[in-house]
Design a protein around this ligand. Structure first.
Ligand code: AMP
Ligand code: ZN
Length: 496
């Protein structure tokens, strides 16, 4: 078969701000680290966009024949509220609110994360290290940083010393921030008196007496900083320099800047060759975010149980919607956009299916080799999935003409068309064939559930506990779990 394509991938390196030719450290092998979720809540569609973006990177490099080591962690400690050094640990806080153990929270939301990513047909990473499983490594990192004069301990906490680091290096090089100016200008912040400078960040935090997640260390009982865990785990599994580090663009600063400083401080060289940042998914023009509550949960899209959309959508269609945008562009979610994506998705799949029926002719009406090369060209250009999808629709037009008998392809060209369509639709984009009758159940009866919630509310108001419990228990039996919150009752679908 005449497969002739260029394997020269260009990656937009966030560090240089340029597209660069991808040259792996070891020819044929790729080490890729992607920051995983902080498992204190259900994963939302925005988080999924980032993980799907890197799934595309993984799938395409694999398709090109690279042997990948793909590491994506689970953050189960040390990520404090508002990404600062002073807030409450997100997992401890959720455990307090849900009256569960922190590790129960971690288990619950790790399972949810895996379940959702499986529905999106993402390939699991080769290694999925967990932060609390690497406390010893993190303590060793802190010792090394102290030895280098780049960290200091105060009152049971250890901080990275940005000013000293900046004598030799440039904290802010990745996110292009002028930290030296900031150091001079910033007044010390409240609650950060222990730090020499407000820019210094925690490597280890002393645990308050009520803090459950605590480990012994040379500096007393405490817990590691969020930034350090990714450095410890990436280097442990991929080495002191590796090819690709990815994450959402909101992690560029401070998280990735700190990772870079920690590793460079110890090894004297940058740890990562290509920094990749995926852009945000927005809802109503605002970043989808757990902390503001501006979120859409994937399950609610798949079941149709949300106030936002007119119907349910299969995960593969949501995936197609996400991949229609380039990973570095902001993508806004809307009913119209997902409905349009669904239409396009079925058109593509129908065309692919009709390919099986076609028989070859004697001459080719289309230059299939040139088209096939354009598909690779699109993906080689910083994983440009929208341009690839436009090429796949170009092929849909060829297929329409072939089906109508207006044009022909030789057997070799027809085989190349089939193989290329198959590879890009299923292997690279990771789409799945979806039956049109999805969802199998009729539109989920959200209004009926709301009505039952209102009736139960009324029963509670009238202190008719028996009726109120009956409604709650019967709904639970049907897989609809009511959650009593402050002044409002919501529900979660545990099976549909
Ligand atoms: P977190 O669990 O908050 O650490 O986030 C997990 C991943 O999701 C990180 O790579 C974030 O950058 C990414 N992320 C968070 N919000 C969004 C969003 N609205 N759109 C795309 N990615 C996001
Ligand atoms: Zn990370």
């Amino acid at each position: 078969m005449r497969q002739q394509y260029d394997r020269q991938v260009k990656i937009y390196n966030s560090f240089s701000g340029k597209k660069e030719l991808f040259k792996p450290i070891t020819p044929g092998h790729v080490g890729m680290y992607v920051c995983g979720p902080t498992v204190y809540n259900q994963v939302h569609l925005g988080n999924c966009r980032t993980f799907i973006s890197f799934d595309l990177v993984f799938r395409y490099l694999k398709h090109l024949g690279y042997n990948l080591h793909y590491v994506r962690n689970i953050t189960d400690v040390g990520h404090l509220e508002n990404d600062t050094d002073e807030g409450e640990d997100k997992i401890s806080k959720k455990a307090r609110l849900e009256q569960l153990e922190p590790m129960e929270i971690v288990q619950k939301y790790t399972l949810d994360f895996h379940h959702i990513l499986r529905l999106f047909n993402t390939v699991p990473p080769s290694i999925e290290p967990i932060a609390t499983g690497h406390i010893i490594e993190q303590i060793e990192w802190i010792k090394k940083l102290i030895k280098k004069g780049l960290a200091y301990d105060i009152d049971g906490s250890v901080y990275f010393d940005v000013k000293t680091y900046n004598i030799e290096y440039d904290y802010g090089a990745l996110s292009r921030r002028k930290i030296n100016e900031l150091i001079v200008q910033t007044r010390p912040l409240e609650g950060q008196e222990g730090k020499r400078n407000p820019q210094d960040f925690a490597l280890w935090k002393r645990a308050a007496p009520e803090h459950i997640m605590r480990w012994p260390s040379p500096w007393g009982e405490g817990f590691p900083g969020w930034h350090l865990e990714c450095t410890a785990m990436s280097v442990k599994y991929l080495g002191d320099t590796f090819d690709i580090h990815g994450g959402g663009i909101d992690l560029k600063f401070p998280h990735h800047e700190c990772e870079l400083a920690q590793a460079q401080g110890v090894y004297g060289k940058p740890p990562v060759h290509y920094w990749m940042h995926a852009n945000m998914l927005t809802l109503n023009g605002q970043k989808m975010s757990k902390s503001t509550g501006n979120v859409l949960l994937p399950e609610s899209l798949f079941s149709g149980m949300n106030d936002f959309l007119e119907k349910a959508f299969h995960p593969s269609i949501v995936r197609f919607f996400i991949l229609q945008a380039h990973y570095r562009n902001v993508l806004d979610f809307s009913n119209n956009a997902i409905v349009a994506a669904e239409r396009g998705y079925y058109r593509l799949m129908d065309a692919f299916e009709s390919l099986a029926e076609l028989s070859a002719g004697t001459i080719s009406a289309f230059d299939v080799v040139a088209w096939h090369q354009k598909c690779y060209k699109a993906m080689n250009d910083d994983f440009n999935s929208p341009v690839l999808i436009a090429q796949l629709f170009e092929a849909v037009r060829y297929i329409d003409a072939l089906c109508k008998g207006d044009a022909q392809l030789t057997a070799t060209d027809l085989d190349l068309l089939k193989l290329t369509m198959h590879n890009f639709i299923f292997e690279v984009l990771g789409l799945e064939s979806v039956k049109r009758e999805y969802p199998k159940m009729p539109n989920c009866p959200q209004a009926l559930i709301q009505l039952l919630i209102a009736l139960r509310d009324q029963a509670r108001h009238e202190k008719n506990w028996a009726l109120s419990d009956q409604i709650r228990d019967e709904l639970a039996r049907l897989g609809i779990q009511l959650q009593d919150g402050k002044g409002s009752i919501t529900f979660e679908l545990i099976q549909c």
